[in-house]
Design a protein around this ligand. Sequence first.
Ligand SMILES: [Zn+2]
Length: 536
Amino acid sequence: MIKSKCSGYFLAIGLFILSSPFRCQSQTLWDLAKQNRGLLKIATLFTAQNVRDHLSGDQGINNAMDWCKKTGVTHVFIESYRDGYTADRKTLENARDRFKKEGFEVSGCVTTTGIGKTSTGWRGISCYTDRPTQDQLQKIFEYTAAIFDEIMIDDFLFTDCQCEECVKARGDESWADYRCELMNKMARERILGPAKKVNPNVRIIIKYPQWYDDFHNRGYDIVQQTADYDRIWVGTETRDYDNPRWGRKVQYEAYYIMRWLGEIGGDKTGGGWFDPYGTTENTYVEQARQTVLADAKEMLLFCYGSLLRDTGPANVEKLRAEIPGLFDLAKLVRNKPIKGILAPKPPNSDADGEQYVFDFVGMLGLPLVPTAKIDAGAKAAFFSVHALQDSQFSGKLKNMLEAKKPVLITDGLANRLTGVNLEDKNLTILQVKGNPHNLLKLTREELKPIRDKLLAPFGIRFDAPNKVALYLLGDNCLVVENFNNESIDAVLEFSRSVRAQKTLVLPPEASAEVSCSGGKLEFSKIAPRTLVAVEY
Ligand SMILES: [Zn+2]
């Protein structure tokens, strides 16, 4: 394991340079990142406006390359269009070639905002029922495909328009169905088809936003679109729960959505994407940890321009210090199936008062297995109203209860079930009361019996305060992460004797004591906002 004190500078020279504990210190972050790019790649994006402001001249490009190298960034996305602005072709081509020459991987990007007729809803979004808007969309992708062999589409490729033309075109369909069909058609006829005609080698990535419970309502048909596009990318920007403008998202959301879309996307899944808005250094790097814990192969730092101002520089400094440890975390995670409580959200399922409930349940120290499918073969499960999207659901639930498997369901789901014995001793009802944020108020004492019941099939018991997440990786690794602003103690008991040791702490300088005796693993003084990995 790398002892990670390295921050991108030459810290150690002389005799010790080749001895293994000092391996990292003898290396720049750029070298380390190049070495590890097959494991975990670090990327950034230059928006179309960043291209204009930072990549138009040699000095700006040199500064950008220097920043990337110091941040371990080996892959850059150079954007051609955003918010009605198209970056100059010669500037794009020059930047592309300079970065390539310096050893960077280079891709393009398009943000579909400010195109043609404006939607009656969300600002910057378009009405794609409108033909001239469709024509403009196509032109942007044709232009970009002539310059780049890979194009990311930022997460504004949806519509919430309810103009007269849209009302007429949808007829008797639901908005969700109409919009999904419309955006599928845009993908095939206005993006993928025309772009590949201009450049047969071009690969197009659709980046999904983090608001997974509303995808279908605004035209993201994740099953069809994942099949149609060449690759997918995932929004993991959870930011700061208490931030008045950007907040109300919990950190586990990044993990849930990255794993959930990772299963749907399979080999097509690229990376996760997060930004500095509404973050502090601590919540910024938590986004990186969640992205890597969820097995992303790449993390994209949005965006160069924003990371140079406001909270950006402090965030980047903290991230740089943590990058060697993030590579270690990626090694622990890679190729290990996760274990735990099945937590299914069927594609296009409605949340109906239980928006993003999975994220909150993950914060309770229940190790979840995010999935789109309800498999009654699971050892334990958590079900919310989303499960009703599966027409076989009640039969599957009955099968699990008959097999005496522990099942946790929301009160909202319990109210909608018929023919299920709610008194079954294997069934626990979680009081969400129509607002998943309520779950963050559950006390340690209230959580203990719920965890013990649900974790029994895995031969473990877990006792910790709220907002301490548990992840079970493969057969010999687990991660405990404290999201609280206070130090915490926790106990994890195995039903058998184990020998366990702490193998990684993030941030590297944080305190976290772990002791193991018999089958009992005691965590003491885990510092605020700290992750601890244990192998056994
Ligand atoms: Zn419209």
